[in-house]
Design a protein around this ligand. Sequence first.
Ligand code: AMP
Ligand code: MG
Length: 498
Amino acid sequence: MLIETSKKNAICFDNSYVLLGSRFYASVKPTPVERPCIVKLNYGLARDLGIDLEVIEPEALAEIFSGNQILPGSEPLAMVYAGHQFGQFVPQLGDGRAILLGEVIDNSSFRRDIQLKGAGLTPFSRQGDGRAALGPVLREYIISEAMHALGIPTTRSLGAVTTGEPVYREKVLPGAILTRVALGHVRAGTFQYFALQRDEKALTQLADYVIDRHYPVVKKVPNPYLKLLEEVMDRHARLVAQWMQVGFIHGVMNTDNMAISGETIDYGPCAFMDTFDQTKVFSSIDHMGRYAYGNQPPIVQWNLTRFAETILPLIDKIPDRAVDLAKEVIEVYPERFQDYWLSGMRRKLGLFTSESEDEALVQSLLDTMQENEADFTLTFRRLCDAALGPELEGSLRYLFKDARAYDKWALNWRVRMSHEVKTPDEHVELMRQANPAVIPRNHRVEQALEAAVEEGDYGPFEKLLEVLSSPYVEPVGHTEYMLPPKPEEHVLQTFCGT
Ligand code: AMP
Ligand code: MG
C-alpha cells in the first residue's frame, strides 16, 4: 500500500498538449512488454523534473519506464505530424513508436514532455513495429546527454529499459525503450500537417500553443506570428552554429526532426566527426550528402522556409504581403547564423574582441585542417595550450599532415592575439570553455554499445557517460577518451536503427 501511494506521487503530470483536441494526436497506450529491466536511470535529471525515483521500488521503476504501468495523471498519446524527408514531402508521419506520457513542470518552472520511444504500435506506425533496439536507445542516451553537457539545447534522456523482447532489423536485436524528455515535441512537420489541410484554425491553435509554451515574449508585439517565425529562426541559427562548433552532424535533419522549441531532436545516425571535413557524412542513408556537416546551415534555412510557409495565413491575410514579411525574416538567417558562428569561433581561438579579418583567420584554419586531415576536437583543445606560447604547440603541430601548414597559420593567429590586452591565462580560460576535451567519439560510442548489447557489460557505457558529463575538463587518468580512433577503430558509417 505504501508503495502504491509513493508511486502515485512519483511523477506529477500536468498535461497541456492533450487539451488541443483529438485532431492533434491519437490517444494510445504503450504496448506492454515481456520482461522490462532498467539499464539506466538519470537521477540528476529526475531531480530537476521533480521526480523522486528513490521512493519507487526497483521493479515498479521498470514497469513505469517500459510503459507497462501507466501512472495516475498520465494521458498517453501519439502526436501527428507530416514532414519533408530528404526533401520529399510525406503528408502524414506522426509518432510511430513514441508515446507521450504527459508533461511535468520542472524545478525551473519549464514544462517538459516525458515520452517513451520504442513503446509499441500507434496509428502512425506505418510499416514499422513501434519498437526500438537497445543499441540505438543507448546511442541516443549517450549523445543527447553529451550534447546537454556541452551546453547545446537538446532533448534529454531520463532512462533506458530493456524489454526482454527481440526486435527484428537486419538481425535479431534486444528491444529497449528510451524515456525522452523535451521542452516540447512540436515539430516544423506538425505545422506542415495542418497547413496541408489548409486548417487555419488548427494552425492558429498550434501557433498559440508554441508561443505560450516556448516564446511567450512574442505575444507583446503587433504581429506575434511573424515574431514567432523570427524567434524560431534565431534559435535554430544559434543551434546549428553550436553544432558546427563541436563537429556535430545530425544526419537526418528532415522537417519532422526539427523541434519548434529549438532543441536538437531525434538522434538517429548522428555523429561527431574526428578528422575535419566539410563534406563529412556518416549516415548510411544520406547518399547525396544532403545533411553533410557543411550543408547543415543552409539546410536549416530550407527547413525554416518550409515552416514559414505553413504560417503565412497567420502572418497576414493578404498572401503577397505575408510572403514578403516571411521572406524578410528568412533572409536574415544567413547573417544571424554567421554572427553566432563567428562569435563562437572567436572564443575557440581565444579572441575577446572583434576584427574584420577574424572570419578569414578562422576560415584559413579550417581550410588548413581540411587539407591536412587534422582532428577537429583535438586541434582546438591543443590550441588552448598553444595560447600560452609556441613552445607548447609541439603535439598540436603533428595533428597536421604538414606541420608547416599549421605554423604558417599560427603566425597570423599570434599576431591577431597580440592585438588583445588579456593575459595568456585569460585566453586559455576562454578557450577551455569553448573547446571540449571530450566528445562522444564514434569509436568510443560503438565500443560502449557493443559491450552492452553483446555482453551485457554496461561498464564502458557508464564510464563514457561519466567522462562526457564534464566535456570541458580533461579526464584525469582517462585521457584516452580525448584521442581520435586508431586506424582499426574508425567508424565509417552510422545507421538510423529504425
Ligand atoms: P525518424 O527517422 O526516426 O525521425 O522517423 C521517421 C518516422 O518513422 C517517424 O514518423 C517515426 O515515428 C517513424 N518510425 C521510425 N521507426 C519506427 C518504427 N520502428 N516503428 C514505427 N514507426 C517508426
Ligand atoms: Mg523523427
